[in-house]
Design a protein around this ligand. Structure first.
Ligand code: 6PG
Length: 263
């Protein structure tokens, strides 16, 4: 299945086994199918990007949903890992060995299992003072990811998840980071977590060619139906602020998360 799902691809996913509430929302039966489809879509995006530009720039999502996706990627022999430029769309302010680290999750489920090293792996350094970590990461992004037609580097693909409160990356409800229109990466104290986080901003996310939001589990059902069918209120539901300016947004959700969507 390609990331730019042609109708036949989309119908093959949506028509045969799964309802799709519209072109941008693909509903999968369970986490296993979500992982398989997500990995296929990421592979497809990487093939197109490498053919067109010689590299594939991707920002990985954190949390628990992407783990099986990353494991699935390690089984795809067609992937040209040396052409991949890997980043993270957010990170916790912890060391890379910490159990909460998004880097640690990706190292275990992806990086340590690869047959070849990726071209570059640019870790968001959660162990640094948060403001410094954000500045250092901005420099790393600007060095590697081209900004063809704006001040904002254009990732080929940014992976995101969604929390049951509608947060995405580490853009949480009510956060000042939601109103940041100039930076690429910001540090943010998340009061509900009483913890600092590092996150891509909306301008960087929305500059991407492709954004793929992965949502799994019944605990996300209310937030998902509000985000997709409810009033536009990104301050309360930050995932609603994900609107690629000149790119494609796809939601890949499992049936548990989609249980409240009308089909
Ligand atoms: C993080 C993520 C966050 C995550 C959602 C969903 O650092 O936690 O970036 O935005 O994607 O909280 O998390 P789950 O996949 O664990 O449900």
């Amino acid at each position: 299945m390609t990331i730019d799902s042609s109708n036949s691809d989309r119908d093959s996913v949506c028509g045969r086994r799964h309802a799709c509430s519209d072109d941008n929302i693909i509903i999968q039966q369970d986490r296993t199918e979500l992982a398989e489809t997500a990995a296929s879509m990421i592979l497809a995006a990487s093939i197109i990007s490498i053919a067109q530009r010689g590299v594939f720039t991707i920002a990985l999502a954190g949390g628990s949903t992407p783990g099986p996706v990353y494991e699935r990627l390690t089984t795809l022999a067609e992937i040209d890992w040396p052409r991949w430029r890997i980043f993270w769309s957010d990170e916790r302010c912890v060391s890379p060995a910490h159990a909460d680290s998004n880097y640690q999750m990706a190292r275990e489920s992806l990086l340590d299992r690869l047959p070849q090293a990726p071209g570059t792996v640019s870790r968001l350094r959660g162990e640094l003072p948060p403001q410094e970590a954000a500045r250092v990461y901005e420099q790393a992004i600007r060095k590697t990811v081209a900004a063809p037609d704006s001040n904002f580097p254009r990732f080929d693909l940014i992976l995101l998840g969604m929390g049951d409160d509608g947060h995405t990356a580490s853009l949480f409800p009510g956060s000042p980071a939601l109103n940041n229109t100039k930076d690429l990466v910001v540090a943010d104290f998340v009061s509900k977590l009483t913890a600092n986080r590092l996150t891509f901003t909306y301008p960087l996310i929305n500059a991407a060619r492709h954004v793929l939001i992965l949502v799994s589990g019944s605990s996300k059902a209310d937030a998902l139906v509000s985000a997709l069918n409810g009033p536009h209120r990104p301050n309360e539901l930050p995932v609603q602020g994900v609107k690629p300016v000149d790119g494609q947004l796809r939601w890949l959700v499992d049936a548990d998360a989609a249980q409240s969507l009308s089909q």
